[in-house]
Unconditional design. Structure first.
Length: 307
């Protein structure tokens, strides 16, 4: 009863309800909410604190920036979904909020696309060395299967493409990356496609920002070759898997393209199957499937491990 009353009091105010509706369309920074709501930062921050204390929203600090999003807690999601059934989105206040939020997100998208364009040549050079991304993604989908309602973690999410690919199977999908620039790209892509079950945040593969035994699926897509300690990243991921959860790694088979190390910061020039399965065994997960994709200068390997 106390939890319900706290939740009702937090949501039962005009500005706070407007904030919940805005965050229902995607995460926003404090400054963006101030701009949309046309209220002072201390006042908006007070509303955000009350919503956060009630467990309706989550606060995410990334350096000097603070993002807010709707909470993934089951009771919070149920309450918000129920409340939204009675919200008149055509009302003057909410319609104005939506226009302002759409403008902010469009500006964010343009900045992200500019960064993406500036770096596209580098990424395209690497992609030209192996089979098409469509073939890789088809193999990934087949390896994961059709089960829905998954709690997914994408490590080194980059542009957020894996989140987009698996969003139809996800109850909740989180992407982490150490690059704020790439997170900006991912946020803009997810917002543009209205994938509200997908979120991104700053995070380290060696210290995942998730609870142990909490994820149905963890993905490392073309990221482990950047790792100083890939075995440590695998062990950390294994701890975060639920029983019968899957860890899928997409990377290169061993190769000799030294320019990838020199020009693209690759720490490892691919991984041997024996090496990868040895790390998995030490992390108490077992290999259940390995698939090789030939068709270019480099061979792509998909490893599937289960707890």
């Amino acid at each position: 009863m106390d939890t319900l009353l706290t939740t009702l009091r937090a949501a039962g105010e005009g500005t706070r309800l407007r904030i919940l509706v805005l965050l229902g369309e995607g995460e926003l920074m404090v400054g963006e909410l101030v701009q949309i709501l046309e209220q002072s930062q201390p006042r908006v921050s007070r509303h955000l604190k009350l919503l956060s204390d009630a467990g309706l929203i989550d606060r995410l600090q990334e350096g000097t920036q603070v993002f807010y999003r709707l909470s993934d807690r089951k009771i919070a999601k149920q309450f918000v979904n129920f409340a939204f059934n009675f919200v008149d989105r055509d009302s003057e206040a909410l319609a104005s909020d939506a226009r302002a939020a759409n403008y902010i997100r469009s500006q964010r998208f343009e900045r992200a696309q500019a960064y993406f364009k500036d770096n596209a040549d580098s990424w395209n050079e690497i992609r030209s060395l192996y089979v098409s991304e469509a073939e890789v993604e088809a193999a990934l989908l087949a390896m994961v299967g059709s089960r829905k309602g998954l709690d997914i973690l994408d490590v080194g999410t980059g542009t957020g493409r894996m989140l987009e690919l698996f969003s139809p199977l996800a109850s909740s999908a989180l992407g982490i990356d150490v690059s704020r620039e790439m997170l900006a790209v991912a946020r803009s892509q997810l917002a543009a496609k209205q994938l509200n079950n997908c979120h991104v945040q700053l995070g380290d593969m060696y210290d995942l920002p998730v609870k142990p035994d909490s994820k149905d699926l963890i993905i490392f897509h073309q990221v482990l070759h950047y790792a100083e300690q890939p075995q440590k990243a695998i062990a950390e991921a294994a701890k975060s898997l639920k029983q019968d959860g899957k860890l899928i790694i997409v990377d290169f088979a061993p190769h000799d393209r030294e320019f990838l190390r020199d020009q693209h910061a690759h720490r490892r020039l691919g991984f041997a199957e024996q090496e990868m399965t040895g790390w998995a065994e030490k992390a108490d997960i077992k290999a259940t499937d390995v698939k090789y994709l030939d068709g270019g200068e480099l061979t792509i390997v998909l490893w599937c491990f289960e707890k």
